[in-house]
Ligand binder design. Structure first.
Ligand SMILES: NC(=O)c1ccc[n+]([C@@H]2O[C@H](COP(=O)([O-])OP(=O)(O)OC[C@H]3O[C@@H](n4cnc5c(N)ncnc54)[C@H](OP(=O)(O)O)[C@@H]3O)[C@@H](O)[C@H]2O)c1
Length: 248
């Protein structure tokens, strides 16, 4: 069954660990996919080649509103609509004690997570409003729920701000039948967890009821559900995919 047949999905950070699995799974469910990337063109173009005519890779720094606008126009020229937007892009996680944190560090995180999502949502909105339908999925983190880990106040603040935007837009855009949902992954096997030592990772894994960290595909499966019409009565929801480590 192709749950995303005739849908066009834009995935920011689509060449990354979780992003690439979202792109693969969306295509396998019948969607056309725009793989957004920032710096790693080799990875993005390799993925686009793998996915064939169902996908295109487009470079755009999501923190640059002009680049985002141009990406969305290119996508619309190629596929005519954007039905689903997945705000997934993220810079590297750089743990820092609060005493040494600079406001510019916080601004960097806010600019990618909140600003990048803001620009992408504003750019796809006219097309979604026109077709009176759309699904926007913002990727948060379990770090922004429950008890946050130390030294990540900048990342946690940025993800928390994105949660606020997501809920506000779920209310505001419902008038156009545009749904806005969130996915909060727990620790997932990608390059983004390179900052964790082997010992820390082992300890954190022991604290997870299912006793293992997530695979990117397990996160992507929830995103496909939120992208599909199977979730048509969900908006403002935050689905936690964490092996039980967070039980809101
Ligand atoms: N992995 C985890 O344990 C985990 C847990 C909870 C939440 N998350 C969240 O899940 C999402 C995906 O994480 P991941 O683990 O897949 O990360 P990842 O493998 O590091 O991938 C990050 C992606 O974001 C892109 N990116 C970075 N800055 C960008 C920018 N300014 N504009 C456009 N694209 C940009 C990168 O593109 P380039 O390589 O081309 O620069 C890359 O494709 C993130 O929002 C992350 O916060 C991850």
């Amino acid at each position: 069954m192709e749950r995303l047949k005739n849908k066009v999905v834009l995935v920011t950070g689509g060449s990354g660990g979780i992003g690439s699995e979202i792109c693969r799974l969306c295509v396998s469910e019948g969607a056309k996919v725009i793989i957004n990337y920032n710096s790693d063109s080799a990875n993005a173009l390799k993925l686009a080649k793998e996915l064939g005519s169902h996908a295109i890779a487009i470079q755009a720094d999501v923190t640059d509103p002009n680049a985002v606008h141009s990406m969305v126009q290119q996508a619309l020229n190629r596929f005519k609509s954007i039905d689903v937007l997945v705000n997934n892009a993220s810079g590297p996680i750089l743990p820092k004690r609060f005493q040494t944190l600079e406001w510019s560090d916080v601004q960097k995180d806010i600019t990618v997570h909140l600003g990048g999502s803001f620009y992408c949502i504003q750019s796809v909105l006219p097309s979604m409003i026109q077709q009176k339908k759309g699904s926007i999925i913002n990727i948060l983190s379990t770090y922004a729920l429950g008890k946050p880990p130390v030294m990540l106040s900048s990342y946690v603040s940025a993800k928390s701000a994105l949660m606020g935007l997501s809920k506000s837009l779920a209310s505001e855009l419902a008038a156009y039948q545009i749904r806005v949902n969130m996915v909060s992954p727990g620790i997932t096997q990608t390059d983004a967890i390179a900052h964790l030592s082997e010992e820390t990772l082992r300890q954190k894994t022991q604290e997870i009821p299912l006793k293992r960290i997530a695979t990117p595909k397990e996160i992507a499966q929830t995103i496909v559900f939120l992208a599909s019409d199977e979730s048509q009565y969900l908006t403002g929801s935050n689905i936690v995919v964490s092996g039980g480590s967070i039980m809101p």
